[in-house]
Design a protein around this ligand. Sequence first.
Ligand SMILES: [Zn+2]
Length: 180
Amino acid sequence: MLRMSLQIYDAIRQHGEQTYPHECCGVLLGRFLTEDGGPVNAVEDAIRAGNTRTDSAHNRYQIAPQELVRIQRQGREHGLDIVGFYHSHPDHPARWSPTDFAEAHWLGCSYVITAVEQGAARQTNSFRLAGTREEDKSFEDEVIEVTGQLDPGLPPRQANNGLAGDPGLEPGPGGEVAQS
Ligand SMILES: [Zn+2]
């Protein structure tokens, strides 16, 4: 499970709207917890990163290694780890692409993808990179728990992927190959 405040959740989605039609990307700082036997990546901060893929910014994202190191150091000063990454899919479903998978190396981290259609954020999904090493890694659908919502009259907003029972959201054959 991925846990974050509504403020952070909205900030991630707004970042995708601001960079549209290009992809945004950023780093999630927080703590790796275990609750009820399951992993919980508890986000404390979302750090915006510059997309260095200016050659193909509409369907590629990349965080410069120097920037990643700086963010990691910044987190450690506050006792926080890198627990995930986020990026947007402009006019494309919020599902990971083969490129996303190939370029994901942080085992145990959450990879958050927000679909941005016509400049407006739509679905936000998270995928946890499971496995013990590069050779057996896999993406697992992950529920996003959004906390700190102000209106107690509303049921908790489950910002999960919502794909169960909705096969219409699965990517079409080959439809997402070029997207990262
Ligand atoms: Zn992607």
